[in-house]
Design a protein around this ligand. Structure first.
Ligand code: ACO
Length: 349
């Protein structure tokens, strides 16, 4: 069977460092609160008017493509995962494609938030395994800083997120025992609004029990944006943090065990676990559950915050660059996030 392998990997984080102390200047929060609850010390914010989500994605993709030893023109397909796209539509995949001179090939956008990279990787893996494509570019990129509430009202969410991008190039593996062994994807829409950014949207308040919500009085149709949304400040992300925490600490270990069992492995066989960088407390909980030593789990949320779809490829690339992932290592990627969605990928490096 053909397997796909990660042939090239890259990441990019903006230069601007924003510490917890910087956030204390604009909202009522503290370094102690943020570090104790999330582990975050600082995060990066993209440069206003110069960078956006697709530009961050391009910077990561250029490195991944170069490391894969191919040119932009050899990429067969683009998969772009983000929850903070440049536009409501079209997606950021075509914008990255335009900037990289790859017009003509397919470009798919993935909207699975924190699990976006695992979903994107899984789709890319299927294309390579079936022999349909030889070089699939998978990107996870986020510019959260443009969509957060920088007042005390938004502090519970805002302090957690940062900007960044990571990318990989998938190619067929020459060795059938190495590459992506399996991917496992899950979702449970019962929790959709518990971690959400609902506007602009066509929801019309239907699921929220607010019939008139978001819709002006007119005979036909509705509106994505209404003054009412601004008045009620329903234009920012919402997170029921404790509910998210409860599910995350259950689903992370569950899906990791599912991936291990599908391939006849146990937790102690993992050489490197790259959890989505949701919150250091969640990662530590998962690590304890799996009984993994510190050197087998990569965390960088302390420096970058939660970069959603970008967090796994950034962490994977950092761990690889630091020499912590070597040929033949068993690498496990796992994510949980809005939707709720969750997933894992097991890779023989
Ligand atoms: N600074 C200071 N105080 C704050 C802040 C802040 N940034 N944010 C909230 N508070 C206050 C609240 O207003 C509240 O004050 P009150 O008691 O006077 O009402 C108090 O702190 C406690 O608020 P909670 O929301 O109950 O805080 P909690 O202890 O649950 O911690 C947190 C919040 C860190 C989000 C926690 O619920 C958690 O870890 N959840 C997991 C969710 C998560 O990590 N999501 C990451 C993104 S989603 C993902 O990637 C899957």
């Amino acid at each position: 069977m053909i397997r796909s392998k990660i042939a090239g990997i890259g990441y990019y984080v903006p230069e601007k460092v924003v510490t917890n102390y910087d956030l204390m200047k604009v909202m009522d929060t503290s370094d102690e609160w943020i570090q104790e609850r999330t582990g975050i010390v600082e995060r990066r914010y993209a440069e206003k008017h110069k960078e956006n989500t697709s530009i961050l994605g391009v910077k990561a993709a250029e490195i991944a493509i170069e490391r894969a030893g191919i040119t932009n023109k050899e990429v067969d397909f683009i998969i772009f995962a983000t929850l903070s796209p440049d536009y409501y539509f079209p997606g950021s995949g075509v914008l990255l494609q335009r900037q990289m001179g790859m017009q003509g090939i397919g470009a798919l956008d993935i909207r699975n938030q924190c699990s976006g990279f695992i979903y994107a990787l899984s789709i890319g893996d299927q294309f390579v395994k079936t022999g349909m494509y030889k070089n699939v570019l998978v990107v996870g990129a986020e510019m959260h800083s443009c969509g957060l509430d920088f007042t005390t009202r938004g502090r519970g969410v805002t302090v957690i997120f940062g900007d960044g991008a990571g990318a990989v190039v998938l190619q067929p593996s020459e060795d059938e025992n190495r590459g992506i062994l399996s991917t496992h994807l899950h979702a449970d829409g019962d929790h959709a609004e518990r971690l959400s950014y609902i506007n602009p949207g066509s929801h019309g308040g239907v699921f929220l029990g607010k019939e008139k919500f978001g819709y002006p009085d007119q005979e036909f149709g509705g509106a994505f944006f209404t003054p009412h949304m601004y008045e009620t400040e329903d234009i920012y992300p919402f997170m029921d943090g404790q509910h998210v925490f409860k599910f995350a600490v259950t689903k992370f270990p569950e899906v990791i065990h599912e991936a291990l069992e599908a391939n006849g492995y146990k937790a102690s066989d993992i050489d490197m676990l790259i959890p989505h960088q949701a919150n250091l407390r969640i990662s530590q909980f998962v690590q304890q559950r799996l009984k993994l030593p510190d050197e087998k789990v990569w965390n960088n949320i302390q420096r970058y915050g939660n970069t959603t779809a970008a967090s796994i490829p950034i962490a994977l690339c950092e761990a690889w660059k630091a020499g912590k992932i070597k040929e033949n290592d068993l690498v496990c990627l796992a994510a949980f996030g809005s939707g709720f969605t969750w997933g894992a990928a097991l890779i023989r490096w």
